[in-house]
Design a protein around this ligand. Structure first.
Ligand SMILES: Nc1ncnc2c1ncn2[C@@H]1O[C@H](COP(=O)(O)OP(=O)(O)O)[C@@H](O)[C@H]1O
Ligand SMILES: [Mg+2]
Length: 331
């Protein structure tokens, strides 16, 4: 079943151009001129029930804007979208009952009261039946390990504790779909780990569909099978996470240890030296690995040889760099 469907989804913002100086200020008031920012440029994708989708890209690429359109907070300038069978623009209230949203930068918990009170408040807002609420609350308390923090005023909680409560709050009404926009930003590794495990469990036990943006490679690797990459408002990749390496990285790293001090003075073309000393050599190889290995084995006294893929960390870092975009488009 399709949970999200977008077609030519587009968002433009109109910004008042402000000119410099007093004269400029007066001019801007009397005769304002506007500048259009195309934040999302006609993107098309579909999400199936139960998917955990990573939505990644550089700052300002349009991730939050897209999520805000999908959750009914922003109205698209163009295009069509359907979320859980509804139109987020015209049926926002209906949609709200079935989705959860968490923005890492913005808290939904009431600052001065304990999370448990906010949770009860939400149960009234969402009109959750009391037994269902208690059952779900118990489950979430256990899953996110909230027992000792439920009754502490939100302002006294650590960032990680607060975020666990935020995510739990977004799941109280058993939404079919949750949008998490940078949920682990600034959290310690333990909190991140607990959040990842809890999300995986919600996905496994309730089939909750998750759409996640995160700068954290670990989040994406441990949670998402599928990844969409967006850059300057355009989708540049939509595939299984395994394909990310194939698309964005076109080299392998070869490490060689020698049995005795060695100077390597001839290497095939398309091989770059990353590091070299008398006993070790580290190479970046675009293609022809087997010829390279044969060459080294025949010419030198090799003790040890390793071929490594660049790490997912490197892959995602490269996605965040402008230069790799051309590679994607040409792939
Ligand atoms: N309310 C707004 N008004 C004007 N421009 C905006 C607004 N929200 C976002 N933008 C612009 O739209 C682009 C995409 O922003 P955003 O969706 O927040 O990116 P991301 O979440 O990927 O960092 C940026 O250029 C940003 O400055
Ligand atoms: Mg954002």
């Amino acid at each position: 079943m399709l949970i999200i469907r977008t077609s030519n989804l587009t968002k433009e913002f109109s910004l008042k151009k402000k000119k410099k100086g007093l004269r400029g200020s007066i001019q801007s008031i009397l005769k304002p001129s506007y500048q259009t920012i195309k934040a999302v440029k006609g993107i098309n994708f579909q999400v199936k029930q139960g998917e955990m989708l990573g939505f990644i890209g550089p700052n300002g690429s349009g991730k939050s804007t897209t999520i805000k359109m999908l959750s009914g907070i922003l109205t698209p300038s163009e295009g069509e979208l359907q979320v859980l069978g509804t139109n987020p623009v015209t049926q926002r209230r209906k949609l709200t009952r079935h989705i959860g949203t968490v923005y890492g930068q913005k808290s939904q918990l009431w600052y001065h009261i304990p999370p448990i009170d906010t949770f009860y408040l939400f149960s009234k807002i969402y009109e959750i039946e009391e037994n269902a609420f208690k059952k779900q609350l118990d489950k979430l308390v256990e899953l996110f390990q909230l027992e000792n923090i439920l009754n502490v005023a939100a302002r006294k909680l650590s960032l990680g504790q607060r975020m666990k409560c935020e995510i739990a709050a977004s799941l109280l009404h058993q939404p079919k779909l949750v949008f998490l926009d940078e949920p682990t930003i600034g959290l310690d590794i333990i909190a991140k780990q607990q959040i990842r495990e809890a999300l995986l469990e919600m996905n496994r036990s309730e089939g909750t569909t998750v759409m996640l943006t995160s700068h954290d490679v670990g989040d994406i690797e441990s949670l998402c099978d599928r990844v969409i990459v967006i850059n300057q408002g355009e989708m540049v990749f939509d595939d299984h996470i395994d394909q990310l390496k194939r698309r964005f990285i076109h080299h392998k790293v070869v490490e060689i240890g020698f049995t005795k001090p060695t100077v390597v003075n001839s290497l095939p073309p398309d091989v770059d030296i990353i590091y070299a000393d008398q006993m070790n050599l580290k190479l970046k190889v675009k293609h022809g690995i087997s010829q390279l290995m044969e060459h080294l084995m025949v010419q030198y006294s090799v003790a040890d040889l390793n071929i490594n893929e660049p790490s997912m960390e490197e892959v995602i870092r490269s996605i965040y760099q402008e230069s790799s975009q051309e590679e994607v488009k040409n792939a």
